[in-house]
Design a protein around this ligand. Sequence first.
Ligand SMILES: Nc1ncnc2c1ncn2[C@@H]1O[C@H](COP(=O)(O)OP(=O)(O)OP(=O)(O)O)[C@@H](O)[C@H]1O
Length: 352
Amino acid sequence: MADAMPDTPSPVAISLDRLSKRFARGNTLALDDVSISVREGEVFGIVGRSGAGKSTLIRSVNLLERPDSGGVTVLGQDLLALDDAGLRAARRGIGMVFQHFNLHSRRTVAENVAFPLEVAGLPAAERRARVAEILPLVGLEGKRDAYPAQLSGGQKQRVGIARALASRPRILLCDEATSALDPETTREILALIRDLRARLDLTVLLITHEMAVVKAICDRVAVMEAGRVIEEGPVFSVFTRPEHPTTRSFVAEVIGHGVPASTLSRLPLPRAGEKRRLAQVVFTGPNSTRAVVSEASRDYGLDINIVSGRVDDIAGEPFGVMALAAYGPDPAIDAAFAWMRSLGLTVTEIAP
Ligand SMILES: Nc1ncnc2c1ncn2[C@@H]1O[C@H](COP(=O)(O)OP(=O)(O)OP(=O)(O)O)[C@@H](O)[C@H]1O
């Protein structure tokens, strides 16, 4: 099979076009002219703090929330133009996974997974066959007759995922799907979603308040604040070159910034007439940091201490992060940082 041309973008699977939504209660503008395009096969993340509008946005994709204005197109279909029957049919092509699993406690695993198929009027034999097919895909073979109370959180979410996929949707929406899970289970569930995306040709749109989730699973990300998208791009570039201060603070949660007070107290103080300035430097290209640091020290007459450094990996691409302390006159430090930026390094000064 020929590889797809790497630069040929796949078709748009979900197009949210200039959505606005105001809730009468509280007169809250939850969505303020938001546009997002998710391409087929992508895992697209929407990250934001509580109240940013993420839930309202993801619920607009299957019209659980109707926008006041704007367009919602999923797999080429204008959802706002559909009648009730048309919308029910379209929703079968859009699975949804919830933070608190939303399982029926008095139904077994198999009955929970089969529930949407029952609602859709599928005969019992077909429901059973589909359940038998899907449980192994989510690692729940052997659990078909268990009740939710007998399952761990991770297993409950596997049931939620199986139920979302029961009607063979091509789109999977994940509404804070791992927020109720511990870190290890979160990793397992994210890996499962990524694996299912590839095996079942899914397009995944997820919302989260955790940048670590975005780093673990997403191809592209949009950052929301106060009902708007404030930054959007491939995960690697958003992590390595965040532009908006809110994005920077999200990224810092994952790749770290600042220098612990204990480390700071061990750093030499600047000499009289000199400054000590701390910076976080992110490098992604061919420049080795060590060579850059020694060249900057030499050419700008500075003393530079590497305070910390590590190599991380985002979306399969390596990048390095280090904190350094530069000692010297302000103009020389300014010039050295500008030179580093001209090499493509991201230099962000951090408060001492
Ligand atoms: N049904 C509703 N009625 C009134 N206000 C609402 C309703 N749903 C959401 N809001 C408000 O709209 C804004 C956006 O809420 P939304 O739930 O979309 O944000 P979020 O980013 O998902 O945050 P969270 O993670 O806390 O749910 C908030 O100010 C919220 O209080």
